[in-house]
Design a protein around this ligand. Sequence first.
Ligand SMILES: N[C@@H](CCC[C@H](N)C(=O)O)C(=O)O
Length: 329
Amino acid sequence: MNIQLIKCHGSNNDFILIDEITNFYSFTDLDRENIALALCDRNSSLGADGILFVMKSEVADAKMRIFNADGSEASMCGNGLRCAGRYLCELLQKDELIVETLKVNLHVKKAEPIFQQIPTYQVEISPVLFQLDQLPMNLPRETLFNEKVSELSQDLLFSAVAVPNPHLITYVDAEVIRSNVQKNIAEYVNGPNDLFPDGVNVSFVHFMQKDRIYVRTYERGVGFTNACGTAMSASSLISCLLELNEFEKGIEVFTNGGKVRCVVHKNKEEYKIDLIGNATYLYNAEISIDLKHPENFSVVQKTDTAEQVGYEQLEAHVKEIIDPVIFSS
Ligand SMILES: N[C@@H](CCC[C@H](N)C(=O)O)C(=O)O
């Protein structure tokens, strides 16, 4: 069979978007898992951090499902929702809509560009859940906020939050970002282990200045990515709770893949985050694939968009800001 796709990215967290609304593919979940494994493989002619399947919904304007590169399905993807949100807004000719995700329906809207004229979308990140059983994380306590976890490190302070996909977050000095500490911890909690039976996204965050943080994330089901939208949102939330940043004010979140703006809202003890950033299309393509042997797929046709040229200017601007602080301090 042939499949039409769009290669896209949010902060260089890259995805293959497959439209199951206008195309009648009738995939099973096993097909989706196998498609993710085959198409995301970086040694193949495509390669991506995940696959976004957009579908019809009975409860919202449309539905998005995200499969990680290892074939596992995640409950949410912030960078992916910006890309799927753009696609759906253009398809349904709306400036804002509600997208059903695995656990929750989320608000998405077209936004003012955060840099020059790059296509920019704002997505809602919620619910915010601190109870460890929501990640899940196995510790004999209800929540974890800025505390040591002896199994992971003798000195780092960790916070755990589900938005609703699971995140483990720690604030560190730049030299820790440059070390192997994150890799070792992230590989441990994403392998067979007692603390996180389903794995967890692990972010190391460096406070740069008021309203500005740097985040590096090792994603569950993928490995290190250029950026993770839910991680940038969860890190902004922890930053506000640590009183390093302020609720209701824009926080510039820098990553190796670009920058976004996060606004953390607090209503009594309830939180939600607006994640605002690019939704960039790299190319449209058509592949020929046998679902029994998806690894043998071939690209039949590919048409580049010119959008990455504009994004490269944002990348250069980000590099100028993060290099002196993170990589050569
Ligand atoms: N890249 C995503 C998150 C994708 C899912 C994640 N790897 C998980 O398994 O929870 C984002 O931008 O949020």
